[in-house]
Design a protein around this ligand. Structure first.
Ligand code: PLP
Length: 422
């Protein structure tokens, strides 16, 4: 374990300090390693972000000094672990500005959070002919759970299209939402294109028709400020690992009254009030939805990750990411064999592209030899790829620690691809 004192995370001080990307990079040990003998250029934060020392140390500390199972021990260590677990919940509550900590349910990640809502809320309250509105931008995690629910209940799925830039067509959305719409389940930020959807407007239109709104915030929580009360979303889901925290931990935010009315998702320890062989009564939320031993160290890591992210001035981070996006877009656009997908205004720092005559997997493999890690393929968004009539793209997604030099190395790698494929 690194015993050097962690950089003090003082939000007030950080707000005053300029965003120093080299200092940020120094927080991420993995960025100093090489790949195939080349410095690592990590451009796949959209799939999973790297972890700062502060998160790694918090997890190590948890296992080295403060670990025990939670909620059921009377001894000191268990009390400490419980305090850390519930402290993480309170931290998430403040981070997304939920009204109460009991509106924060810990899950494995975004996928489990959406499945929880589909199974529990959808199973209890939706029936044949009820409509759920999705969009063509969705990740499979926000499509398949609703299809599984459709098989069980006969709900109808409606899909909002996008324009050629990948922007959600708001008029088409408004036309799709009607008296049979019970839920709108849309992404905040497209993982494949970077499109940012207008959540407040989406919610206003859905609520006017009496429909609830679930937002898949797997990417949104990383690139956008999220205030669940201001947005008035009913459910908001995200994963720790994309937010510089550990994998295996995520969050379902749900309005208190909705969670209180929902039946359990899974049964087991910690989610009950009283069990007899005849009958079981259930704990109130959030415990009702957290059956079994959770990722205790995961919540500690998530807490540290949120502290880390919150230590930066959000405007400075946004400016940094915007600069990377603008620079990458400019440099890629200058290559005439490249076609960009996803050019909606105000998008997040994700670029997706194809190169004439070269399969994305070949591009990814050649870039890897140059130390450049990008994601290639359908990005778990096959309907979106179908919409554009392509099998996949190359995607570079940027994080706090990326620099213009990373973009330059991507472009150098693409030059090599062009040389090889002529
Ligand atoms: N939704 C979006 C927009 C995503 O980008 C992802 C992951 O890439 C997910 C959902 C699924 O997240 P997880 O695999 O962490 O559950």
């Amino acid at each position: 374990m690194n015993t050097a004192p962690a950089r003090r995370l003082d939000p007030a001080a950080a707000v005053a300090a300029p965003f120093d990307v080299e200092r940020v990079r120094a927080d991420f040990p993995i960025l100093s390693r090489t790949v195939h003998g080349k410095p690592l250029t990590f451009l796949d934060s959209g799939a999973s972000a790297q972890k700062p020392r502060q998160v790694i140390d918090a997890i190590s500390r948890c296992y080295e000094a403060e670990y025990a199972n939670i909620h059921r021990g009377v001894y000191e260590l268990s009390a400490k672990a419980t305090e850390a677990y519930e402290g993480a919940r309170a931290r998430v509550q403040r981070f997304v500005n939920a009204r109460s900590a009991s509106e924060i349910v810990f899950t494995k990640g975004t996928t489990e959070a959406i499945n929880l809502v589909a199974t529990s809320w959808g199973g209890a309250f939706l029936g044949e002919g009820d409509e759920v509105v999705l969009s063509v931008l969705e990740h499979h995690a926000n499509i398949v759970p609703w299809q599984l629910l459709r098989e069980r209940t006969g709900i109808v799925l409606r899909v909002v299209p996008t324009d050629e830039h990948g922007a959600l067509l708001l008029d088409a959305y408004e036309a799709l939402v009607g008296p049979r719409t019970r839920l709108v389940a849309l992404t905040h930020v497209s993982n494949a294109l970077g499109t940012v959807t207008p959540v407040a407007e989406i919610v206003r239109i859905a609520h006017a028709q009496g429909a609830l709104v679930l937002i898949d915030g797997a990417q949104g929580i990383v690139h956008c400020p999220v205030d669940v009360q201001a947005l008035d979303v009913d459910f908001y889901c995200f994963s720790g690992h994309k937010l510089y925290g550990p994998s295996g931990i995520g969050v379902l935010y749900g309005k208190e009254a909705l969670l209180a009315a929902m039946p359990p998702y899974q049964g087991g320890g910690d989610m009950i009030e009283r069990v007899t062989f005849e009958r079981t009564t259930f704990a109130p939320p959030p415990a009702r939805f957290e059956a079994g031993t959770p990722s205790i160290a995961g919540t500690v890591g998530l807490h540290a990750a949120i502290d880390y992210v919150a230590s930066f001035d959000p405007a400075a981070v946004a400016a940094h990411e915007h600069d990377l996006l603008a620079y990458a877009t400019e440099r890629l656009s200058a290559l005439n064999s490249i076609r960009l997908y996803g050019t909606a205004p105000g998008k997040a720092a994700i670029v997706s592209f194809t190169m004439d005559g070269v399969h994305p997997h070949d591009i990814g493999t050649i870039l890897d030899r140059a130390g450049v890690a990008v994601r290639v393929g359908h990005h778990c968004a096959q309907p979106l790829m179908d919409h554009f009539g392509i099998a996949g793209t190359v995607r570079a997604s940027f994080g706090l620690y990326n620099t213009r030099a990373d973009v330059d190395r991507l472009i150098d790698g693409l030059d090599e691809v062009r040389e090889i494929f002529g």
